[in-house]
Design a protein around this ligand. Structure first.
Ligand SMILES: Cc1ncc(C[n+]2csc(CCOP(=O)(O)OP(=O)(O)O)c2C)c(N)n1
Ligand SMILES: [Mg+2]
Length: 321
């Protein structure tokens, strides 16, 4: 496994805690009706997948995902202030307040969004990779895919074309075991989703423990190298979401035991325990990072709160090009 420095591990810890706090606060703010919109999908439980994959990329690489996008945006370096402002519908938000929770995007960070249509971003990932290949650029695209999204047409079309043209995409299936509420084995004839890579002539990197940020990082490093040299590859990250599908969805009572088992594999706690075991007297540093994360989240709420609302001109700008 790639050996990470103490600084890198602490940075991963900080990012994961920041995402968790940001999401916890977002849920609260949504329930207080300070965040609007019909939906909000949080990343709690899946932080190691986002942080481990994004950090294995190079500066020039691209990232695209579905609607569960806040954490990945933050991992890509999008300022939490601008993510929060977007959810508040403010003009300082990443999409000028016009997109909301499901449409966080920032071109300056090569973070292309944030898409609400299940699987709708997969052809875009293929397209971004085609541009890189066509221009002979050392750029790779990291595209996340929900387990539920693997059964719609976009998945087939996008991965097939990426396979045929050997496009530089790392496809990461975030297998959190459910679509909105349907368990994977009730929706997929082949529930070992990574095996689908074979159908498209794409390299299958298999399953990774999505609660282990170091394992995710190490495998993505290999995948990055492969995608650049040979074309598309697929990773299936095994993970779990600690909240309902969206803010309006309840958790199912029948999942209590399952949830408890996955909470024992909380990616933040796993990394924390490892750091404590590996480095003497690291606890105060961890505490400090946790406090920094909390302060950052509060700053982002303040920034969003105090930002101006869009004007009529903003409403009609950037509509037509
Ligand atoms: C084309 C399309 N069909 C249905 C929906 C409604 N829908 C939103 S999320 C979702 C489930 C997706 O599950 P998955 O891909 O596993 O992502 P997760 O929410 O678990 O991260 C569905 C069916 C949609 N947004 N778009
Ligand atoms: Mg899912």
């Amino acid at each position: 496994m790639a050996s990470l420095t103490k600084e890198q591990l602490l940075e991963f810890y900080h990012e994961m805690v920041l995402i968790r706090r940001f999401e916890e606060r977002s849920l609260e703010l949504y329930r207080q009706k300070r965040i609007g919109g019909v939906y909000l999908h949080v990343y709690n439980g899946q932080e190691a997948t986002g942080v481990g994959t994004v950090n294995a990329l190079k500066e020039q690489d691209h990232v695209i995902t579905a609607y569960r996008d806040h954490g990945i945006a933050i991992s890509c370096g999008v300022e939490p202030e601008r993510v929060m402002a977007e959810m508040f519908g403010k003009r300082t938000g990443t999409s000028g307040g016009k997109g909301g929770s499901m449409h966080i995007a920032d071109r300056t960070k090569n973070f292309w969004g944030g898409y609400a249509i299940v699987g709708g971003h997969l052809p875009l990932a293929t397209g971004i990779a085609l541009k890189a290949q066509y221009n002979n650029q050392d750029e790779v695209v990291l595209s996340y895919i929900g387990d539920g999204a693997t059964n719609n047409g976009y998945f087939h079309e996008s991965l097939n074309l990426a396979g045929v043209w050997k496009l530089p995409v790392i496809w990461v299936i975030e297998n959190n075991q459910y679509g909105m509420g349907t368990a994977i084995e009730l929706a997929s004839g082949q529930p070992e989703l990574h095996k689908r890579a074979d159908s498209y002539g794409i390299k299958d990197f298999g399953r990774v423990d999505g609660q282990d940020v170091e394992a995710v990082y190490a495998l993505t490093l290999e995948a990055r190298e492969y995608a650049h040299k040979h074309g598309s590859c697929l990773i299936e990250s095994m993970t779990y979401r600690y909240e309902g599908h969206g803010v309006s969805d309840k958790l199912y009572a029948t999942r209590e035991e399952e949830m408890a088992a996955w909470k024992d594999k909380d990616p933040i706690e796993i990394l924390k325990a490892r750091l404590i075991k590996k480095y003497k007297n690291i606890e105060p540093t961890l505490k400090e990072l946790e406090q920094q994360a909390e302060a950052k989240v509060e700053e982002s709420v303040k920034f969003a709160d105090e930002s101006p609302i869009p004007t009529y001109e903003d409403l009609v700008s950037n509509i037509y090009v």
